[in-house]
Design a protein. Structure first.
Length: 307
């Protein structure tokens, strides 16, 4: 098995090295042509560049994949766009890139399966060959899905950690006399460095309000994009404060304190669960070493006295 892996890695390194040498020679020939024949009228077009051609081809494949899935399942495409936004991909072509990568990785998985089966010195059965091909193809097809799901969890955790800071800044803006629209715009720009995803979502909500959408609808769509229960509660808080005529700054201050206590309780819960999680590595790695150090001298003494 190690020999097969070594053959595969050697072939991959040779392919990468050959591609690097070809790129270097192509860049050298391009530079030589530019020095010999000076371009006129703005120089060489980007369409002749291999990288630009590859980019155009990949963009075309992504667009074709997005159009195909959009025509076959429009409802699923809308849900997929929301999923990509929750993962932090705000590009309109992100859905097309997602499906294109799924198809590409599935084909790559099938190619890897054929390579492993061809380089195998043991003749596998037909069932084994089918299982390897199907397994690697499905692994490549579902790998982008796992990546997007993991990224959604990471982005959601960052947004949840940044929401108490957002509430504190909203309290400051409300006490300074700013409206909700101006406060969202200001806080979104202030959080750009610490929490870029949350800042982008707040900027989008601010632009929706400027375009004429009501504050309640903008905050509801913001909660849907972020996927956080705290944002839905924040939208409900603003709506109730507006309907009941209560002080907005006091309501925001109380909710900000609640968010702080919630984040502190979450940190304490993780700290209390740490000893139970550490018991497994302690039992698996440290306890055998301690037992070996404690028992080994007695074993050596018994063996010496026995001889």
């Amino acid at each position: 098995m190690l020999f097969k892996i070594a053959i595969f890695m050697t072939a991959a390194l040779l392919c990468v090295s050959a591609f690097s040498v070809m790129q270097y020679l192509e860049s050298r020939s391009d530079l030589r042509q530019r020095l010999v024949k000076r371009p006129t009228g703005g120089g060489r077009k980007d369409g002749g560049d291999p990288k630009s051609r590859l980019k155009k081809v990949t963009e075309k494949v992504a667009a074709q994949a997005a159009s195909y899935y959009e025509s076959s399942d429009p409802t699923g495409i809308k849900a997929m766009r929301l999923t990509m936004i929750q993962a932090g991909f705000f590009d309109p072509k992100a859905v097309g890139w997602y499906f294109a990568f799924r198809i590409l990785l599935a084909v790559c998985g099938l190619g890897v399966a054929f390579t492993l089966l061809r380089t195998s010195f043991v003749e596998p059965t037909l069932a084994t060959q089918a299982m390897v091909c199907i397994g690697l193809t499905l692994f490549g097809y579902y790998l982008p899905r796992f990546y997007v799901s993991n990224r959604i969890k990471q982005v959601s955790n960052r947004n949840r950690l940044g929401f108490p800071d957002f509430m504190d800044l909203m309290v400051v803006c409300a006490e300074a006399g700013l409206s909700i629209e101006a406060a969202l715009d200001r806080v979104g720009r202030e959080l750009g460095t610490s929490y870029p995803e949350l800042s982008t979502h707040l900027s989008v909500a601010s632009l929706e309000m400027r375009a004429g959408q009501s504050m309640e609808e903008s905050l509801k769509t913001l909660a849907g994009r972020l996927g956080l229960e705290e944002v839905r509660a924040f939208a409900t808080l603003l709506q109730q404060s507006k309907e009941l005529g209560t002080s907005l700054s006091e309501a925001l201050k109380v909710y900000s304190d609640e968010m702080r206590h919630k984040r502190l309780s979450t940190a304490e819960e993780k700290a209390y669960a740490l000893p139970a999680k550490l018991s497994i590595p302690v039992t698996a790695f440290i306890l055998p070493t301690v037992l070996l150090v404690a028992i080994l001298p007695s074993i050596v003494r018994f063996m010496v006295s026995g001889f």
